[in-house]
Design a protein around this ligand. Structure first.
Ligand SMILES: [Zn+2]
Length: 328
């Protein structure tokens, strides 16, 4: 009997994907999800009702899929006249849904731009509401994420800031996976506002493909720098893009063989105790930190899609509404 050609292809493809799936599973990759810039990256442009909607949608997906997450707060974004209560309720949602909150400074201040003292004050000012909300859930404020991933331009400042954070009871939350979702999110927000479904679709496709490429690159770099793939920590931002599409991004991770774990679990990986003497004008992820500390220059990172960069820039020039500022 002759097998129809389409069936052969289907069988081969089926086998190939089964093999790839088995390989991915064998690796037992693990990743923790962290989401910055709460209550929302674009909180200054979005009404509180929109922030509530996107927060609810985002958290519902995470809860339904049993994905642990920590959200990092910029409390300054709460103080919009007439909306303070609702914005605080958005943070409360995170805890009501069973997630955790961390500090991301009050104003999203860069340690590389501000003086150490001003920055420390911003860290302290960023604690007030979050601490109270956590206390209501019998939780303590224990995680800190550096805005823009800026950890200091010189080692003395970096170490002083770290000591300050430890003394205040923080564990620094590094990141190892970063697909610049905030950049896609700005463009997506604009397309959504104009009901441009075609552009939204293009953005989502590119956002997923770029993240997949970033994950592949980080896995390879991990092996070279750490000697294995550590429990990774993914950086995302609170936005309509994530609210609408984080489920698809989680599928990308699962296809690569990842299990979703807590930040606490991830931080237990020995990689996060590796020597790290990185300093620089530009903040970057921790695999880069470790590589540079070893005298290795990380190479071969996938280029960020040019058209997304250009459209974002155009948008900034023509409307002035979507900021092209990095908001790590
Ligand atoms: Zn940020």
């Amino acid at each position: 009997m002759k097998i129809p050609p389409f069936l052969t292809v289907a069988v081969v493809l089926g086998l190939a994907s089964a093999v790839m799936f088995a390989q991915a599973r064998k690796l037992d990759r693990q990743v923790a999800v962290t989401i910055d810039d709460l209550p929302a990256g674009m909180a200054d442009r979005l009404p509180a009702a929109d922030i509530t909607a996107l927060t609810t949608k985002l958290l519902t997906t995470l809860r339904d899929q049993k994905v642990p997450a920590v959200g990092f707060v910029n409390e300054k974004k709460l103080y919009k006249p007439g909306e303070v209560d609702e914005r605080i309720r958005c943070l409360q949602l995170w805890l009501d849904y069973g997630f955790e909150l961390g500090n991301h400074t009050f104003t999203h201040m860069s340690l590389n731009q501000a003086g150490l003292k001003a920055w420390e004050d911003d860290v302290i000012q960023g604690e007030s509401v979050t601490k109270l909300l956590l206390a209501q859930h019998r939780m303590k404020l224990r995680y800190f994420r550096h805005p823009y991933l800026d950890t200091g331009r010189d080692l003395a400042t970096r170490r002083e800031a770290e000591m300050f954070l430890v003394e205040r009871g923080y564990r620094i939350a590094p990141i190892t996976l970063d697909g610049w979702d905030w950049m896609f999110a700005g463009l997506y927000e604009d397309a959504k506002k104009r009901s441009d479904a075609v552009l939204q679709q293009q953005i989502v496709k590119e956002y997923l493909a770029y993240h997949d490429a970033v994950f592949a690159y980080a896995e390879q770099l991990s092996a070279k720098v750490v000697g294995y793939e550590p429990k990774q920590i993914l950086l995302l931002h609170a936005s309509n893009l994530e609210a609408d599409h984080i489920g698809e991004l989680l599928d990308v991770l699962r296809k690569r063989g990842y299990r979703l774990i807590t930040l606490e679990d991830a931080l237990g990986d020995a990689a996060y105790s590796l020597p790290d003497t990185y300093v620089g004008e530009e903040g970057t992820g921790w695999i880069d930190h470790w590589a540079i500390s070893q005298g290795k220059i990380p190479q071969g990172a996938p280029p960020f899609p040019q058209w997304v960069m250009e459209r974002t820039k155009d948008l900034h020039l023509s409307t002035g509404q979507v900021s092209a500022q990095p908001s790590n």
